[in-house]
Design a binder for this molecule. Structure first.
Ligand code: AKG
Ligand code: FE2
Length: 323
């Protein structure tokens, strides 16, 4: 698929989510309304007042830069190929998010919940479940990423609760999905777009995200673009200090029968500088069965997707983008 259409000047909304955690039902419902509008429109928005300490976010970027700036041999010692559960370093051009396009010009590092090798779920071979690979350099990498993983998980769970309210469901509707989450923290590093790129070559090919919601931190470089179906154009999602970019993933499109859209996006780093970003893919309990929500099926409508477990869905998505 190729969309070389002009850029739209439209902007994505910034939603102040302080009310969500307030335990004030009026504030929560007002917020649910804003989330509903943003999710029905484009499935992409910014959030501010999210409660994740700025110093922690700075530490995440600093540790990520320090890791990627090491010699290749040090990074390859932690190659994700050594991990049965997809944890660790992935070199440039290892993943192809856009079918038919050249591989993505990004390197990355995968981190998940730390689950010991003798845990019954690991012994049973659950997808992406197990211990992390932790680099020795920089020394603060592990404590920083573990703190951030918890903070991002907590925030993601609040967004999912807000989405429940936005769909006229009880705030704890997704409680089973929120237990034992298979959430993935990924560090990304994009070198500048090559001077003579292959046709269709990009930092990150156009794709939708696999999970429930994605919480994205980006540095000040820019390059993220979101496809606007109505305008048939790409919208820039520029860096906005103090915010996360949040987007709906495929699981919410399935739950809502596409009332909430899992929107195409891509990254082209035309800045001439290095770009760093940090997506947190909030994927939830692998055993949870995802099927059309009763509040998303009008009389006479049929579900567009068969029921699927989170695990089955994740396995299919990884297979598709890793050949
Ligand atoms: O780097 C970014 O800004 C976006 C990355 C992304 O879309 C992804 O990893 O799924
Ligand atoms: Fe994405």
């Amino acid at each position: 698929m190729s969309h070389e259409n002009p850029l739209s000047s439209a902007t994505l909304p910034v939603i102040d989510i302080a009310g969500l955690r307030s335990a004030d039902p009026t504030a929560q419902m007002a917020l649910a309304q804003q989330l509903r509008d943003a999710c029905e429109r484009r499935g992409f928005f910014y959030i501010c007042n999210h409660g994740v300490p700025p110093a922690l976010i700075d530490d995440v970027f600093a540790a990520s830069r320090a890791f990627f700036q090491q010699p290749m041999a040090a990074k390859l010692a932690l190659d994700k190929k050594h991990s049965p559960c997809n944890r660790g370093y992935e070199p440039l051009r290892a993943q192809t998010l856009e079918a038919g396009a050249p591989p993505d010009v990004k390197e990355s590092y995968y981190i998940g919940a730390e689950i010991p090798a003798d845990d019954p779920r690991v012994l049973a071979g659950r997808f992406n479940t197990g211990p992390n690979q932790w680099p020795l350099h920089p020394p603060e990498f592990r404590p920083v990423m573990e703190r951030y993983y918890r903070a991002a998980y907590d925030l993601g769970a609040w967004i999912v609760r807000g989405l429940a309210l936005s769909l006229d469901l009880p705030i704890d509707h997704f409680q089973h999905y929120l237990t034992d989450p298979a959430a993935t923290l990924r560090l990304l590093h994009y070198p500048p777009q090559p001077a003579n790129p292959q046709p269709g070559e990009k930092g990150c090919g156009e794709h939708t995200d696999f999970g429930g919601v994605t919480l994205l931190l980006q540095d000040d470089i820019g390059g993220l673009q979101v496809w606007d179906t109505q305008a048939e154009a790409w919208i820039d999602a520029p860096p906005v200090p103090g915010t996360f970019v949040v987007n709906i993933g495929d699981l919410f499109a399935r739950w809502t029968n596409e009332r909430y859209v899992s929107t195409l996006h891509r990254v082209i780093n035309r800045s001439g500088r290095e770009r760093y970003s940090v997506p947190f893919f909030f994927t939830g309990n692998l055993e949870h069965r995802v099927e059309c929500l009763p509040t998303c099926l009008a009389p006479g409508e049929t579900p567009r997707y068969p029921a699927v477990t989170v695990e089955e869905h994740q396995i299919a998505c990884y297979r598709r983008t890793y050949g």
